[in-house]
Ligand binder design. Structure first.
Ligand code: KIV
Ligand code: ZN
Length: 561
């Protein structure tokens, strides 16, 4: 029974796949440390299952799943695999230290997937699926099976597959609408039909994984709950392949706001939704659209006079969610240069930031620089300052000491830039360009000498007004191949400042530093292939005689599914 007296029938498991499907969003690649930080926030938030990655896809993914398994003890940690022996074995190795490991394996079920992608018959696919579940069960007690593209499959075949994999030991069956093709009435009917036509369905949890190609992901996820699904798969900010996945904040807040209707609960501490959304947006460099439900900048803004009047009389006239419930900070309090260290620290604590002393000094200096140029420093400015200084989970090789640009309608844009680099040496260079940003980037390139290609550049004003801070996001592609089968070669950078060109220089340096840190990580990574091979041999020795899969390593060409 909840505080409003609504009786809950039961609870829904929240499965977060921000670190796997979410990270498949173009340009959203994260480092292992960044993934670990997000995983900690998901754990604090009360997410039940974290899908930490796809271990066989790259050494970076393998190590991320491994580190998250080591450190996050309060959630089930899940690793994705295809229905292949080597995928399953490598996932088991990555999940070895998890308190509650889960292997997520599966295969396509629609005719279009069977015919064109898998090139196998229905019976062959069913047999492989069953074998994969059995193999995964040798390693872990918790095995989730996905029936890819279920939204376009023949339901009779789907029931057969589900029954067979549950019989083989699947504890969760995941029904994905992989292409976001279905509409809520159809999808709800399909889930109801699964509940009625799969004889052993009561032996497994039914999960749904909905994509947003037609904007139906949240609606489909919720209608599935109405029809018996008890695990919802989602991502922070709705990140994910193409148009993304069902967004965690929309699904969870729908279940909470309309608990009178759904009569189920989740374990999510909704007050951490807004901080998690900001963190994921900052770390991936993917903005949240202003009108995005729940976490968009305008989600609680009322611009029409009639609405403002109503909200002032009583918030509930036009607001169905109290912004405080999702952790949106009170925005009216602003700071100025005179607020002092104590005032800043107090405000940051109110905003939910717990910052260590050393880092606070750096943030305070940045705050003073911004407050010198702007009369008032609001919540969004502070969020951006903190993100710029504290959400940095790598060693920074170069720091901006000072810079100056000349530009305008007369003359060639020229920039002089001084960077503090390795061994604390300060190096200065000047360059010309076709604009002030280009000139600044040329000067930085002369110092850092890291060949790369700028693939994206965008500017946003953080707040309104002429004195607003600018936030620049860039993406650069490393010109040097990374080898080792690791394909993550695009690096995001972000920077903010009241001066747009300085923000652009900071963003570029951030991306360069991230690129250099990734190179150094790779050179210190050791031979992950050998580590995996050793793990597989150990597991084999424990499990006995069954045949071990061949894992040739990431450098070797692998067969595509
Ligand atoms: O969309 C999908 O079908 C997936 C599966 C791997 C679960 O992401
Ligand atoms: Zn997906």
């Amino acid at each position: 029974m909840d505080e409003s007296g609504v009786g809950f029938q039961d609870s829904v498991i929240v499965f977060d796949t921000t670190l796997r499907d979410g990270e498949q969003s173009p340009g959203a690649a994260l480092t292992t440390k960044e993934k670990l930080e997000i995983a900690h926030v998901l754990e604090d938030m009360g997410v039940d299952v974290i899908e930490a990655g796809f271990p066989i896809s790259s050494p970076g993914d393998f190590q991320s799943v491994q580190r998250i398994s080591d450190e996050i003890r309060g959630c089930v940690i899940c690793g994705l695999t295809r229905a292949r022996d080597e995928d399953i074995d490598v996932a088991a190795a990555a999940l070895k230290t998890a308190a509650r490991p889960r292997i997520h394996t599966g295969l396509g079920v629609s005719d279009v997937h069977l015919k064109y992608k898998l090139r196998m018959s229905r019976d062959e696919a069913l047999e492989i699926g069953v074998r994969s579940v059995r193999r995964a069960r040798r390693y872990v007690d918790d095995v989730q099976y996905y029936v890819e593209d279920a939204g376009r499959a023949d339901p009779e075949y789907l029931y057969r597959v589900l029954e067979a994999v549950i019989d083989a030991g699947a504890t969760v069956v995941n029904i994905p609408d992989t292409t976001g093709y279905t509409f809520p009435t159809e999808w709800g009917a399909l889930i109801a039909a699964i509940m009625n036509n799969v004889p052993n369905v009561d032996k497994a949890t039914v999960a749904v994984h909905c994509h947003n190609d037609l904007g139906m992901a949240t609606a489909n996820t919720l209608v599935a709950v109405v029809n018996g699904a008890r695990q919802v798969e989602c991502t922070i900010n709705g990140l994910g392949e193409r148009a993304g996945n069902a967004s965690l904040e929309e699904v969870v807040m729908s279940l909470k706001t309309r608990k009178d209707f759904f009569k189920v609960e989740t374990h999510i501490n909704t007050k951490l939704i807004y901080p998690a959304s900001r963190m994921v947006s900052d770390l991936t460099g993917i903005f949240v659209q202003p009108n995005k439900a729940i976490v968009g900048r305008n989600a609680f803004a009322h611009s029409s006079g009639i609405h403002q009047d109503g909200v002032l009389k009583d918030r509930t006239t036009y607001e169905i969610i109290d912004p405080a419930d999702i952790g949106v900070p009170e925005s009216e309090i602003v700071l100025s240069a005179r607020s002092g260290r104590h005032g800043l620290r107090h405000r940051l604590e109110e905003l939910g930031y717990h910052i260590e002393d050393g880092q606070f000094d750096v943030i305070y200096q940045r705050f003073l620089e911004v407050a010198d140029k702007k009369k008032t420093v609001g919540v969004r400015d502070l969020e951006s300052i903190v993100a710029g200084e504290s959400l940095v989970f790598f060693e920074e090789t170069y720091e901006l000491e000072k810079m100056q640009v000349m530009c305008g309608t007369a003359g060639i844009p020229t920039a002089s830039v001084c960077l503090r680099g390795p061994d604390d040496r300060i190096v200065c260079e000047a360059a010309m360009g076709n604009g002030p940003v280009d000139a600044a980037y040329e000067a930085i390139d002369k110092i850092a000498q890291v060949p790369n290609e700028l693939v994206e550049f965008s500017i946003q004003a953080i707040t309104e007004g002429m004195d607003a801070m600018a936030k620049v996001t860039v993406r650069i592609r490393d010109a040097t191949p990374n080898g080792n089968g690791d394909r993550r070669t695009v690096f995001m950078g972000r920077g903010s400042d009241t001066d747009t060109v300085v923000a652009a220089a900071r963003a570029y340096l951030f991306a360069l530093n991230r690129l250099l840190a990734a190179r150094s990580d790779r050179s210190h990574r050791g031979d992950v292939t050998q580590e995996v091979k050793r793990s597989l041999e150990e597991m084999q020795a424990q499990l006995g005689s069954e045949q071990q899969s061949e894992f040739p390593g990431w450098g070797a060409p692998r067969q595509k599914e």
